[in-house]
Design a protein around this ligand. Structure first.
Ligand SMILES: [Zn+2]
Ligand SMILES: [Zn+2]
Length: 145
């Protein structure tokens, strides 16, 4: 079993990344990072704002967006294009997604073979690939049930 990181470990990870990038460590950044580190999921900025407003009164949506974008640059989260609002994946390792056109939910998929093929197709067209991800869309199993 993977040991569950303590809040101190979670803070230390972010502090290391912020300092490494020459950025300020703020109580707000630490608090938002603690919330997103609590579990693996695909967050919208709106959902994170709802969760955070109890501990961070006065927090505004644009601040949540800019913090999530900053976390994406630091490799803490990964932005995933999805119908409707952008989702921030708390698992930044490469993996793919199924998006539901009905409920907007995002599900993890393992399509490493498809990702490799997409990468090769881009390279053979002469493009320099930085990242590749596959998004499959449709109606999810729980909406179908
Ligand atoms: Zn659905
Ligand atoms: Zn994911």
């Amino acid at each position: 079993m993977v040991p569950v990181p303590t809040p101190a470990d979670v803070d230390a990870d972010l502090v290391g990344r912020l300092r490494g990038a020459g950025l300020r460590v703020t109580p707000q950044r630490l608090a938002l990072h603690r919330l997103i580190a609590a579990e693996n999921r695909h967050l919208t900025a709106e959902a994170l704002l709802r969760e955070a407003s109890a501990t961070l009164p006065g927090l505004a949506l644009p601040t949540v967006y800019s913090t999530l974008e900053l976390f994406a640059e630091l490799g803490v989260v990964r932005r995933v294009a999805a119908p409707g609002a952008a989702r921030y994946d708390t698992d930044p390792t490469p993996h793919d997604h199924f998006t539901c056109v009905r409920c907007g939910q995002l599900y993890d998929l393992d399509t490493s073979a498809g990702r490799a093929a997409a990468r090769r197709a881009a390279e053979s067209a002469g493009h320099a690939v930085e990242s590749a991800s596959v998004v499959v869309s449709g109606v999810c199993a729980s909406c179908l049930a």
